[in-house]
Design a protein around this ligand. Structure first.
Ligand code: SF4
Length: 245
């Protein structure tokens, strides 16, 4: 049996330095062009990098997270560590409690395991609708997405118009590799979610994320019971997802 995945330990390179400077400059430009821009952090390694770049750029950009109600304790601890390191507040957007209660009563707490439609409905309730609230009144948002992360992100651009929310969307790490991200995080000694050290290569809600083996795709631990082409939660689609309950 292949060993459990472990976070890489790549060296700092000139390429990482060049990408860091470019991303920092982009973040500075976003803050000027969009004084109400906001950064959506999921407390993953990419988000730690973007948070650090925002701080280094001296950019006044709000941070928020989607506190789905199903996050792992380690992810909530990573939130506290980031807040403490940078002296900032990460606003938490939560699902509507009445909607959650009705959904759980009908489908069960873990009803999302029953099929892609129910899983997407859970993501719509716990992530997509809170995201829409977080972006209301904004003209731009920033993510830590990278092209390399998934087939569905292969065409990701640094800047794109988010049709679903009617605002600009920036992905400053679009062309970063996994090694770039870890090289940056290690060189800057960033606070990192403890789940990475336990073989979690990509981290989402607790019941929908597992550790992976070294020979698996880095997103294999996300919704592992589904086929690869359905592995998105609806946060990054061009149009608002169809909502089912
Ligand atoms: S990742 Fe899982 S628990 Fe979280 S919102 Fe989606 S289906 Fe629900």
């Amino acid at each position: 049996m292949p060993p459990v995945w472990r976070p890489p330990t790549p060296p700092w390179t000139e390429d990482v330095a060049r990408k860091s400077e470019a991303a920092q400059r982009l973040i500075g430009r976003i803050a000027v062009a969009h004084p109400n821009a906001t950064f959506a952090t999921s407390l993953q390694i990419e988000d730690a990098v973007v948070t650090d770049l925002i701080a280094r750029a001296g950019a006044k950009i709000d941070l928020f997270m989607l506190e789905t109600g199903r996050l792992a304790e380690e992810t909530l601890e990573a939130k506290l560590a980031i807040q403490q390191r940078y002296g900032l507040e990460i606003a938490a957007y939560k699902p509507d409690p009445a909607e959650v209660a009705a959904w759980v009563a009908r489908h069960g707490q873990d009803g999302f395991y029953e099929g892609v439609e129910l899983r997407k409905a859970c993501c719509a309730m716990r992530k997509v609708r809170p995201l829409a609230r977080a972006l209301t009144g904004r003209t731009a948002w920033i993510t830590g997405q990278r092209r390399e992360q998934a087939q569905s992100r292969a065409d990701l651009r640094e800047q794109e118009f988010d049709d679903a929310h009617g605002i600009e969307k920036y992905n400053p790490l679009a062309d970063w590799t996994l090694d770039d991200v870890w090289a940056y995080a290690r060189a800057r000694d960033l606070p990192v979610n403890a789940l990475y050290a336990r073989g979690y290569a990509s981290i989402g809600c607790d019941p929908c994320t597992r550790a992976i083996r070294a020979d698996e795709d880095v997103r294999a631990g996300r919704w592992w019971w589904e086929a690869n082409n359905s592995k998105e939660c609806g946060l990054h689609v061009a149009e608002a997802p169809a909502l089912t309950s």
